[in-house]
Design a protein around this ligand. Sequence first.
Ligand code: M6R
Length: 612
Amino acid sequence: MCGIVGYVGPELCADLVVDGLRRLEYRGYDSAGLAVVDAEGQLLTRRAEGKLTNLVKRLVEAPIDGRTGMGHTRWATHGAPTEDNAHPHRSGSIAVVHNGIIENHVELKAELSALGHAFQSETDTEVIAHLIDHHRTARGLALSEAVRQAVLRLHGAYSIVVIDATTPNVIVGARVASPLVLGLGQGANYLASDVAAILAHTRDMVFIEDGWMATLTPDGVDVRVVATNESPRWEKTTVTWSPAMAEKGGYKHFMLKEIHEQPRAIADTLRGRVSLERRTVDLPEIPLTREDLEQLRHFYIVGCGTAWHAGLVGRYLFEDLAGLSPHVEVASELRYRNAPMDERTLVLAISQSGETADTLAALREGKRKGARIISICNVIGASIPRECEGTLYTHAGPEIGVASTKAFTTQLAAVHLLALKFGQLLGRLDDAAMEAELTALMHVPTVIEEELSKPADYLEIARAWHEAASMLYLGRGNLYPLALEGALKLKEISYIHAEGYPAGEMKHGPIALIDERLPTVVLNPRDAHFQKVRSNLAEVKARSGPVLVVATEGDTDAADLADFTLTLPAVPEHVLPLVAAVPMQLIAYTMADFKGTDVDQPRNLAKSVTVE
Ligand code: M6R
């Protein structure tokens, strides 16, 4: 987590760096800071506790500027979210910003303290500044070599950016297991945690690999492998996202904008991959053959949070369409289990950011044991796709709101395509079945467009239930993961406790909770489980529980049993989760907005969880 931005070039860069941080604030917002080397060659820093707006106020009161600079927005790991612990951290002429965790910081701090270095913060990061300063001053190394020597001593996950008052017009970055992208400009170069931070200035990016470092001047970049000091082969990638895609575009929140972008995002994810005429799915990016699939002994889907929920929906699709029954695992659990994996195993990682530490570790565990590894990811060039044999990119565009919305539905579309592809390869789907599936899938963007334009009672629901201490979400079959997703969305942005449950499990425990103070959301469209779930709904009502039913359009019976009703368009069962995602998102969004919480940057969370 944490966001970092660096610039070296001909412009005064304080505004540019702060603007980049604004686009990275989703990564953490416990504190923010800026460092520049000014025209007199002085290293100047400003830092502020809390959100970026506090730093902006500080900069208005006490401006600084320079042509070499860097900034940081923090998600606290080591040390409280105070100004003293805010980055940049300094030692002598050196300033450092850092995303990640330095695992051996205690030992390094002891060593540096013995050499006379005095520490000002409780962070792990500060040791990096002192270590570089030591190599620079005590050993007289040039900046890039001092950084390289320091990085060789670090254990953990990190991306860092370094500036040095005695070496103006240079910035140095390095990465291990935390994202760092280098932007190539005209007479200026950039470093950032994420392309969104620098898209306004360049679309030409170099994704820095683990174990690499880069030294940037206004006119050039020098990329090295830290361990050998050799220049690796690196490639420029031109990113197609436009800067406008990372703006709010008139919506009150990014989350709301991203909910409304779903028809476009799903259409983009399907585009070019489906031929209705030939009744085929074409995914050349997934290099698996019929023989590969036939000899599979184990199949795991891994992810965290919302991505895990997309995997859970995927299980129903792989079972129905391809006759494969994947284990769908929370990555932080799988990575430490002794799960059977070998060369006849397939691991599919699902991740919006492609940087989630637990998902990456679970994937690596599979790779270590010889498994084939593939992914579904939204961010081109992120760590997870870079480690995989093949990646099916969701074309959701940048997702800024911390609560995942369009990334989820595009993951559902992608996992559906993959299940169809596997079914096709394994000969499990005849033409009629394929045509029905593809027609349903291709129709989803239009259906969601209509769904989003319909009036619905979200505000009434929020007014009635925003003071609830807890809520229950029930769903069955492929809507059980949607109950989990609805509950997760509500928790993370409205701070109302919520639990998602398989509707049939309610009688085994949660029913004890039901009374007039516990609202229940019941996903009860006219699907295969309709009657059973309706009975569960009656059981809630019989115990005076307030109920919101998510029913199929035109289902007039639902209203008799419910305090509130939201409707879903009548669609084939395999695409129901896609249309059911919309009310799950809008219930949470409206509830949070009604309560006045920080919808896009909810407390304690970060968009991309790059620490364990
Ligand atoms: O980037 P990833 O998809 O790997 O992120 C996984 C989770 O951290 C993420 O889905 C998280 O649960 C969201 N905040 C949910 O809205």
